[in-house]
Design a protein around this ligand. Structure first.
Ligand code: 13P
Length: 255
């Protein structure tokens, strides 16, 4: 059975001091929980200290991005090797904010995923359609292309991955996908993974939902058959909200 995986994407929020305080609070709330996988993705500046704070707990640390080359003259970029050197566990790749604001492409994400594996990081690969793509019935085509191109020449038989379905129109808008819309997209993603790989692989991959997840809506989403967790933005900065969502996931995991 797939475990629920709940990740907090802090995005470009919190100073160093604020971030570490938040993490200490989360650690004391979440340390006893081991049945649900928990990943915290703070800004780059906090990662090393964050990893030290959660050392000896089950809480994992993820970066929000990495660069698509191994090393070299790429001013301002962070490599997977650097993330590995501070024992980072996960890396978010393909977030829609990078697709939209930084114009990053599936081909770049494909290179990043390959580098993540070369440096022992688990990618959280984000995919999702925009509102206009949904309204023009392109959701399946967009998701299929993002999967096929992003995962090109990647052997998921031997490499772990988490897929995050984040409909762009639901991110930071308070407009969450309905359970039917979310389950439909997740089922499509799992079927696509089956076509690209195999039934066995498709059944083991955790697919998170992301986009305006809050304690008020998390149970109805996490309860769906093809949803295996959440990638949470805004609510992950509120320790009470984030802890509540994880406890709800834990209850579902046990039931
Ligand atoms: P919100 O939860 O703030 O909508 O953000 C979702 C997201 O983009 C997580 O990566």
């Amino acid at each position: 059975m797939r475990k629920q995986i709940i990740a907090g994407n802090w995005k470009m929020n919190t100073t160093y001091k604020e971030g570490l305080e938040l993490l200490h609070t989360l650690k004391s709330n979440l340390e006893p929980i081991t049945e649900t996988e928990i990943v915290i993705c703070p800004p780059f500046t906090h990662l090393d200290a964050a990893k030290n704070i959660v050392n000896n707990t089950e809480i994992k640390i993820g970066a929000q991005n990495c660069y698509e080359e191994e090393s070299g003259a790429y001013t301002g970029e962070i490599s997977c090797k650097m993330l590995q050197s501070i024992h980072c566990d996960y890396v978010i790749i393909g977030h829609s904010e990078r697709r939209t604001y930084l114009r990053e492409t599936n081909a770049q994400f494909n290179k990043k995923i390959k580098l993540a594996y070369a440096h022992n990081l688990i990618p959280i690969y984000c995919i999702g359609e925009t509102l206009s793509e949904r309204e023009t019935n392109q959701t399946y085509t967009v998701l299929e292309t993002q999967l096929r191109e992003g995962l090109s020449e990647i052997a998921l038989e031997t490499n772990p991955i988490v897929i995050a379905y984040e409909p762009v129109w639901a991110i930071g808008t308070g407009k969450v996908a309905t359970p039917d819309q979310a389950q439909d997209a997740h089922q499509f993603i799992r079927n696509t993974l089956k076509t690209l790989y195999s039934e066995a692989i498709a059944q083991t991959i955790q697919i998170q939902y992301g986009g305006s997840v809050k304690p008020e809506n998390s149970t109805s989403l996490l309860n769906l058959p093809d949803i295996d967790g959440a990638l949470i933005g805004g609510a992950s900065l509120d320790p009470l909200a984030f802890t509540t969502i994880i406890k709800e996931a834990l209850t579902l995991q046990r039931s």
